[in-house]
Design a protein around this ligand. Structure first.
Ligand code: CA
Length: 147
């Protein structure tokens, strides 16, 4: 709380003494279908060397972008939210319990109300999750020169 107050005070009085940003963002793009047009954008946010957020945007029809945002705590994925139709609203939210390897999944309506998904949707998502994990493994392996 004290750090927040010091940062806020520096910001409010406008003397430039606000806290320095201690996180960084890396940007990557991919042309997955090799047509010369970027169709995947990735942002990786790190606090020090630790990844705290990844955002994956994929081009979808009507010149829109779907967005998947992954939040990490102490290196573990704890939340995923997605805007799959590209309207700017994140209509799906998944919470992870890494210690128990379990998840809960919700949909969010335009008012912000969240409703739990049924068990079958949860089962299907767990299958998709393994595909998404494979994508990220491939992405990070290629960044480390393993591919
Ligand atoms: Ca949406």
């Amino acid at each position: 709380m004290r750090i927040l107050l010091v940062c806020l005070t520096g910001f409010l009085i406008g003397n430039g003494s606000g806290c320095a940003k201690d996180w960084t963002v890396e940007y990557f793009t991919r042309d997955t279908d090799k047509d010369g047009i970027v169709d995947v954008q990735i942002e990786v946010t790190r606090r020090g060397s630790e990844k705290i957020m990844s955002t994956l945007r994929r081009k979808i029809p009507a010149n829109r972008w779907s967005t998947f945002r992954f939040i990490y705590v102490a290196g573990d994925l704890v939340q995923l939210e997605s805007d799959e139709d590209g309207d700017g609203m994140f209509e799906s939210v998944v919470f992870y319990n890494p210690g128990k390897n379990e998840i809960e999944m919700f949909t969010r309506d335009q008012t912000g109300k969240m409703t739990p998904e049924d068990t079958e949707a949860l089962r299907k998502f767990k299958i998709q999750r393994s595909e998404m994990n494979a994508f990220w493994k491939d992405f990070y392996d290629s960044k480390r020169g393993k591919k």
